[in-house]
Design a protein around this ligand. Sequence first.
Ligand code: CA
Length: 229
Amino acid sequence: MRVLLVEDEIRLAENVAAALRDGPGFAVDLAEDGQIGLYLAKDRCYDLIILDLMLPKLDGLSLLKKARASGDRTPVLILTAQGETRSIIDLLNAGADDYLSKPFDLGELIARTKALIRRGKGAAHPMLTAADLELNTLEQSVRRAGKLIDLSPMEYRILEYLMHRPRVVVSKQELLEHLYDYNWEHHSNVIEAHVSNLRRKLDAASNQPSIETLRGRGYRLIARREGSA
Ligand code: CA
């Protein structure tokens, strides 16, 4: 998953970015002012935007309104400072999904972040299942047919992304856009290598295939048990 963090307090931004990268393993892009934030929000594909309100060049509420006016449906978590609580109704009315008041606990921020991303993808529960696959987003563990599968962080992220989109063909480009931040040099053969290792590990635990490759189109998680409707 890929998160855009728009925050001008650099130390706070770096702490939050590090927590999101190290904890849930999200790719994080940082924007230090509202203009860059709006540009990135429109130009890239994010699974969540974390937005400070008091920002240079363009404030968070204006950024949010512009993004929503242009049809952006990405979940938005607002970071509010003390004294800004009166604007919460305005924020929610402008299309914010949640807010957190500074100073906040990083653990709470991560939990809200994960919940918003899940809900943005239509999954309310932290346990994702597809056929005999179970992915626990809290433990970041994966089981197939009850057997624990040891995945690398990137293999886990790819599977988590695919499990949010069962039965849908996901292109390599989409995976690159949602799993890497803007500092990454995009090479789709990196994705191929990770998917190949992921599939080998998953399929060692079952006699059913887990991930289909559709030539020139991408990957599809096989989400049904054999014989089920
Ligand atoms: Ca600020």
